[in-house]
Ligand binder design. Structure first.
Ligand code: GLN
Length: 561
């Protein structure tokens, strides 16, 4: 196994994840098989308990792993399917070492950060990098490891030490370190400053790691003399100093790297030049350029709880982008804080209330994404009602599907207090209830997580057609509550159809309103499996419906065009 380690210096938020996944894209384009590992030095065992407000979206994997959103970038960029073990955290490592200690596996020894924690990190990396993630047999050629945080952080120290040892044990030809840094510009003179990078490289060296390449983030392209300075003071050949300046969209980053021959420098370090091909990035280039040149846009209202931080819905945003590009459209997302739509807000914040409603009414389609807790739920119900009554395309994802059910039960069945037991434990009409797959009493792990099968109940529905008339689909889940099986009959009688169910027939997975142009709710999260050139069928249908092209698309699909 060959390793490319990506570290970061100076400040966080430099786009290390995008850099690391772009390196993967370029290496893959050279004909190599690539896997990746993300190291998050925080103490949480996984991202499942972390607030999207603070940390952005929790990404969900096929195996049910709740992981850092960077894993989503890797899956999308490299078109791979990762496992929960591809995300290493301090919490996971310590947990495994402490469990071994409790079992007496250390035979009376003092258990220490070095060597026990560092050995656990090395073993983890070596075993996880061998797992195939691209559907082929056998391990990949290269594993890109991204170390979260910035070099010098106290919590990343055990990882740095483990990686130093790893670089030594796997040997020079198998280890390439790319250090991502920032080149700020100061003052009126506009000089590009190299000192922060010099310091962070020095810090890295003091810890025993030598960067082979520098990836310098800057607003404008690096000047020649900045590069020379960096080379001289950081001890990195000028050809290995890459510049990632600001670009119109992140798909340009692999192209920027390719244009600077990053692949040659990395392949040279890894002694892979002889087996690699020149990078084939024609499709990728076309995709990046198409995106830049899109002129027509479609307005999508996103009615959610965490709209302050758009990273909270990163995969939904990406899935919308993939679908829009397939329709030659630019997504124009209008973020609406669900609570602004509520009655209370008309009194407390009338301007925000009016603006939210105006935005909602101007949108071509309405999306209610996943979420937890009751904040904004009343606003989401109003948005779903508006979409249903005015024939505006609606896509409800997870919570968004449950909202559609509550709204329908209240407005159409006349059950005014219909609710989810998540929001009102005493509701007389629990139309959405807690339905754990495992034990009801066992603490923790009550969430239904990861890939599950949905069987279409009829071929005669929009979603079955969009998915290409298959019998079933497998999508990723992350929820505790579900539509109450006891209310299905009455809901269906009134016209809300459950066209996708799980294998037992008890769990509702997809709802549609056949009298509406596109009113779809799904208990799963289709956004997690959307890929740049393979948009999620549901997102595609949603955008097509928003632009009046759905019927034509379904017809041409039906005729095999
Ligand atoms: N809160 C809801 C549940 O637990 C929806 C979850 C979600 O949208 N991911 O079922």
């Amino acid at each position: 196994m060959k390793y490319v380690l990506v570290t970061g210096g100076v400040v966080s938020g430099l786009g290390k994840g995008v850099t690391a996944s772009s390196i993967g894209v370029v290496l893959k384009a050279c004909g190599l098989r690539v896997t990746s590992i993300k190291i998050d030095p925080y103490l949480n065992t996984d991202a499942g308990t972390m607030s999207p407000f603070e940390h952005g979206e929790v990404f969900v994997l096929d195996d049910g792993g709740e992981v850092d959103l960077d894993l989503g970038n890797y899956e999308r960029f490299l078109d791979v399917t990762l496992t929960k073990d591809n995300n290493i955290t301090t919490g996971k490592i310590f947990q495994s070492v402490i469990e071994k200690e409790r079992k007496g596996d250390y035979l009376g020894k003092t258990v220490q950060v070095v060597p026990h924690i560092t050995d656990a990190i090395k073993d983890w990396i070596e075993s996880v990098s061998a797992i195939p993630v691209d559907g082929k047999d056998g391990p990949a050629d290269v594993c890109v490891i991204e170390l979260g945080g910035t070099v010098g952080d106290i919590e990343s120290m055990p990882f740095i030490e483990a990686l130093r040892q790893l670089s030594f044990s796997v040997g020079q030809d198998n280890f390439c370190l790319v250090h991502v840094s920032l080149i700020p510009v100061l003052g009126v003179v506009g000089e590009q400053k190299t000192k922060p990078t010099q310091h962070s490289v020095r810090e890295l060296r003091a810890l025993g790691l030598t960067p082979h390449l520098l990836a310098c983030r800057s607003a404008q392209p690096l000047l020649e003399n900045t590069k020379e300075k960096l080379s001289q003071f950081c001890h990195v050949p000028a050809a290995n100093i890459l510049n990632i300046h600001d670009v119109p969209n992140i798909w340009h980053v692999p192209l920027l790297l390719r244009n600077q021959n990053a692949h040659d420098a990395i392949l040279n370090q890894l002694n892979l030049l002889s087996i690699a091909m020149p990078p084939a990035l024609q499709d990728w280039t076309m995709m990046a350029e198409t995106y830049d040149n899109l002129t027509n846009s479609v307005r999508i209202a996103m009615v959610g709880k965490y709209v302050g931080l758009t990273d909270s819905y990163l995969s939904v945003v990406k899935a919308l982008l993939h679908a829009c590009i397939a329709c030659s459209l630019k997504p124009s997302i209008d973020w609406i804080a669900a609570s602004d739509l509520e009655e209370d807000s008309a009194k407390s914040t009338p301007e925000a209330h009016a603006a939210a409603w105006e935005t909602l009414k101007n949108a071509a389609c309405i999306l209610v994404p996943g979420g937890f807790g009751d904040r904004g739920v009343r606003g989401m119900i109003l948005a779903a009602k508006y979409a249903r009554e005015n024939s505006i395309p609606y896509l409800g994802i997870c919570l968004g599907m449950q909202i559609a059910v509550i709204e329908f039960a209240r407005s159409v069945l006349g059950l005014e207090r219909a609710d989810s037991s998540e929001f009102d434990t005493d509701t007389p009409n629990p139309v959405v209830i807690f339905m754990p797959e495992g034990s009801r009493t066992h603490m923790g792990s009550t969430m239904r997580l990861g890939s599950r099968r949905t069987l279409f109940q009829t071929p005669d529905c929009i979603t079955a057609k969009l998915y290409g008339n298959t019998q079933y689909v497998e999508e990723r889940h992350r929820h505790r509550y579900e539509v109450n099986p006891e209310v299905i009959e009455v809901l269906e009688e009134k016209g809300l159809k459950f066209v996708g169910k799980d294998e037992t027939g008890k769990r509702m997975e997809i709802l549609e309103l056949p009298t509406h142009p596109f009113y779809v709710g799904v208990q799963f999260h289709p956004e997690f499996k959307s890929r740049p050139r393979r948009p999620s069928a549901l997102f595609l249908g949603f955008i097509l419906a928003a632009t009046g092209q759905l019927e034509a698309h379904l017809k041409s699909h039906q005729n095999g065009v």
